[in-house]
Design a protein around this ligand. Sequence first.
Ligand code: SPV
Ligand code: MG
Length: 431
Amino acid sequence: MKTVYTCFCTDVIHDGHLNIINEAKKLGRVIVGCLSDAALIRFNKFPTVSQEERIKLYRTLEGVDEVVIQNDAFYDDVITLIKPDYVVHGDNWIQGPEKAIREHVAVLVGNYGGQIVDIPYTYNEKVHKIDLQLREKLAMPEYRRKRLRQLISMTPIVKAMEAHSGLTGLIVEKTVVEHDGRLDQFDAMWISSLCDSTAKGKPDIELVDMTSRFRTIDDITEVTTKPIIFDGDTGGLTEHFVYTVRSLEKMGVSAVIIEDKKGLKKNSLFGTEVEQTQATIEEMSAKIAAGKRAQLTDDFMIIARIESLILEKGMEDALTRAHAFVKAGADGIMIHSRKKDPAEIVEFCDKFRKDDKTTPIVVVPSSFNTITEEELASHGVNIVIYANQLTRSAFPAMQQTAEDILRYHRAKEVDDRLMPIKQIITLIDEL
Ligand code: SPV
Ligand code: MG
């Protein structure tokens, strides 16, 4: 009897999966792999049901002889273990980001004379509808909100990228790369006060009001499913912050980060070049505690951002504040620095982790950009935020195009670096 292997990474079984099983059954004994949560979130849809529930679901399917867990998106673990005669998959993996996986599997099975069987992908109305429904489910506030906490426990480091519009949201949502034999994508979105303000041509001084910031969130949630971390600046008055918490929760935002500053807030990357006032430990702690009392779900996170290193108040001050803010109820700590050298961030993380093994640490490596995600994770960092890179890459590109059209009195000279209109149109999903 030949062994046939197929990997499933779905929460809902549709005609396409049943067709795969039918075809597989004709070739021999069918083993279905359930792609683990950790592997799934790196390149595919986020699971709406647990790994255990998916395994149970696959076991109920007629024609399935065995279900195993597959931990590696590139199949190394299961192929080594099972050495199937056939690996069966929908032919959608011949192209797109999964092509690299197919090529890798071909080499693995080729080593012992195994074979890949590509089954024509089932495109019908029902399959399309189920795919769409799954996506829509993930976009609902109750799913999106809890997803950040789930990710923190599922992945060594959560990677968030700045978004300030529907379009930038789509880029964070959809960008997947294959590099060095691995697929990767961003886990979450950061609604930066700097980029939200810059997109409106306004300074980053809490001038763009909450109604407008919420409008940005709305634009993004309309077209994406990934979790949102909101840059709440100082959080404003405590009496106002409690309402902000409720509104963010309702919109499905996963976390708000508030910084321990008061008065006129300026961007942290100005550091001590401008006048900025740090709130006292008591003031900030009271704001955190009030926010925690106001929140209605267990999913939502209030993360306290410490500006002591930015304002040159020293490491001890930063650590004292971190522990005090956790005591006040903060669900996470963001430590910021504007030094090029990541040394002070690493020192903070190591010292904080000595006394606190669990509270999530967030960093924003805009200045200390040489440190890798892996290094950050090894010092106990749980979330890395790329806070402004989309804005900073788009701005000079747009400026250059504007200058060149003025220079040449026509648009031909800039055309080579423009995305074709057809491609722009296909970026946008239609129902
Ligand atoms: C932002 O992106 O708005 C931030 C991070 O708050 S920073 O600009 O580094 O202060
Ligand atoms: Mg900000």
